[in-house]
Design a protein around this ligand. Structure first.
Ligand code: S3P
Length: 425
């Protein structure tokens, strides 16, 4: 479906978001692994987290809804049921990669599949460390489907992440939860740390390296989780408010985990008026409120070490960049090519449609010049974050500019367009 936009005048209002997608995936994982009843409040409404739930249902976990709470009757260690069907991870890289770490430790075989986009995404990054642990995984060209067989002997390893990926880190740590000896994951560039926070895993820093350890001592137990609002969903509304005149937006109870708020730091350095208030913590995860106001932004140099922290926000950050003084340039983010679409290419193709000058690099892009077209029809590339970022731009351009195939927004935020409608004045 194609969505057509009028030019936005001002943004005014207050929003709260369904639970953060990354934290929700992990809450479903840990509650399913724990023995007994866990409760998840404010779970993500995303299709991706539903994919994780579907996979665990196939492994025998039971889910119930009590008003807005999700109740999970977890199986306990080594009690999952052998699946009778292939495990369908849909569009979700987090589901596919994290579940690989769990399945290598089971006594049954399983097959992981996914949609067209997920079936093209690299799985070598999890196959390699899990095989070093003694896991038995087969695949053609290191993409889905993955066939996972019971391992004769799984062993603990020390693994330095070759790519900055929280999904790979989590897969290895989840496999390590089944072992007596300590598995260690070493990272040079800090990635999101929800797995270590939620499981209470020990973390050490030696020189510039962070080391996270897991072992069976940290196997999850049943508990109650409150999931703070999704900061990556909030990012589109933050940018929309900043670049629209006379605007103010209050965002309540949103995740403020420091491994996820890098784009707020970047925007503040760009002169964004964003205030953080009322910071609290739940399940070891900080959250609070944001007050965002229209701002005159200036582009800055983006440091390579912050890239893993802002990776999901780069599409919408680039929209802020084209309304800021100076040219927007971002490098060292080749990882964007391996997301739900090749996001470097998707962003550049869409900017080219506007008449802006675009230089595409293997690891980033540079945007300069002016928007020359009065009306633009953007492509979503069937990627939720591209659809939402270019919906923000289509609202700025107006004149019936549009974004096609917008259904994909449900992958992370099915209420995106309703929330937009509630704010536009
Ligand atoms: C995620 C990690 C990141 C991120 C993705 C969610 C997670 O992927 O882009 O949206 O929940 O661990 P990588 O681990 O591939 O960087």
């Amino acid at each position: 479906m194609k969505k057509v936009f009028k030019k936005i005048k001002t943004v005014k209002g207050e929003l709260s978001f369904a639970g953060d997608k990354s934290i929700s995936h992990r809450a479903v994982f840990f509650a399913s692994m724990a023995e007994g009843k866990s409760v998840i409040r404010n779970i993500s409404s995303s299709e991706d987290v539903k994919s994780t739930q579907k996979v665990f249902s196939e492994l025998g976990v039971e889910f119930f809804h009590d008003n807005s709470d999700l109740i999970i009757q977890g199986k306990g260690r080594n009690k999952f049921k052998a699946p009778v069907k292939n495990l369908d991870c849909g569009n979700s890289g987090t589901t596919a990669r994290l579940i690989s770490g769990l399945l290598v430790a089971q006594k049954f075989s399983s097959v992981l599949i996914g949609d067209n986009s997920l079936s093209k995404r690299p799985m070598k990054r999890v196959i390699e460390p899990l095989s070093l642990m003694g896991g038995k995984i087969e695949s053609v060209n290191s993409v889905l489907p993955l066939q996972i067989f019971p391992s004769e002997s799984l062993r603990a390893i020390e693994y330095s992440l070759p790519v900055a990926s929280a999904q790979v880190k989590s897969a290895v740590l989840i496999a390590g939860l089944h072992l007596n000896d300590e598995t260690k994951v070493i990272e040079k560039f800090i990635t999101r740390d929800h797995t270590e926070r939620m499981l209470g895993l020990p973390v050490n820093t030696i020189e510039n390296f962070k080391i996270v350890s897991s072992s069976e001592k940290y196997f999850p137990t049943a508990k109650e989780y409150f999931i703070p609002g999704d900061i990556s969903s909030a990012a589109f509304f933050i940018v929309l408010t900043l670049i629209t005149e006379n605007s103010e937006l209050i965002i309540k109870d949103v995740s403020l985990n420091p491994t996820r708020t890098g784009f707020i730091e970047v925007l503040k350095k760009m002169n964004a008026d964003i205030k953080i208030e009322n910071v609290r913590e739940s399940s070891n995860e900080p959250f609070g409120d944001l007050i965002v106001r229209s701002s005159h932004l200036t582009n800055i140099r983006i440091d390579p070490s912050i890239i893993p922290n802002i990776i999901d926000e780069i599409p919408v950050l680039s929209i802020a960049g084209i309304f800021a003084e100076g040219n927007f340039e971002i490098r060292n983010c080749e990882e964007l090519r391996y997301k739900e679409s090749d996001r470097i290419n998707a962003i550049c193709e869409n900017f080219r449609l506007t008449g802006l000058d675009v230089e595409e690099f293997p690891d980033g892009f540079r945007i300069s010049g002016e928007i020359k077209k009065a009306k633009v029809n953007f492509n979503s590339f069937n990627d939720h974050r591209i659809a939402m970022a270019f919906s923000v731009l289509a609202m700025m351009v107006g004149n019936e500019s549009s974004v096609d195939e917008i259904e994909c927004v449900g992958i992370s935020n099915p209420t995106f367009y309703e929330q937009i409608d509630s704010l536009i004045k």
